[in-house]
Design a protein around this ligand. Structure first.
Ligand SMILES: [Zn+2]
Length: 155
């Protein structure tokens, strides 16, 4: 059963991805309430993602606002993988113009296959930079619709 506090924690936005929550990204491992204290376990996404500390502080604020004393712990095992992103999260990423990793609908995808363009779904895309706006995303250019886009790196 998902508690109200659990729901609030999962609704915290990822600071780098507007409208995409940490619940959508599959980062929330557990939310345990013990009396007045709430213990939240999160798994960070990409190592070195500068958003990690921002997420900790946003989760603490959400827990405090719900009337609990927060303790936020980052757990590295099992490691987060792009497979943890929910279907809703993938849909939101696509809607935001960011190609979600390894489009599940396509079945198994070879690692060297170009990322599908989130604007027109063409695979005639090329990587323009391994580092996008942040260390967590890559920049691509679509040859079909001539639009640049970002992708989540699959890990
Ligand atoms: Zn395109």
């Amino acid at each position: 059963m998902v508690s109200e506090l659990d729901r609030l924690v999962r609704a915290v936005d990822d600071p780098e991805l507007p409208h995409v929550t940490i619940g959508d990204l599959g980062m929330v491992r557990s939310v345990e309430v013990d009396g007045n204290a709430a213990h939240v376990r999160l798994t960070p996404t990409y190592t070195g993602c500068p958003a990690t500390e921002q997420i900790r502080s946003d989760v603490e604020s959400a827990v405090l606002a719900a009337g609990y004393e927060p303790s936020v712990e980052f757990v590295m095992s099992p490691p987060w993988s792009t497979d943890d992103i929910t279907d809703q999260g993938r849909a939101k990423l696509t809607a935001a113009g960011i190609a979600p990793p390894g489009a599940a609908a396509d079945g198994p995808v070879a690692l060297d296959l170009p990322v599908a363009c989130p604007h027109c779904n063409s695979r005639r895309t090329r990587l323009t930079s391994a580092f996008g706006a942040t260390a967590c995303k890559a920049l691509h250019m679509c040859e079909a619709c001539r639009q640049p886009f970002e992708s989540f790196k699959a890990i």
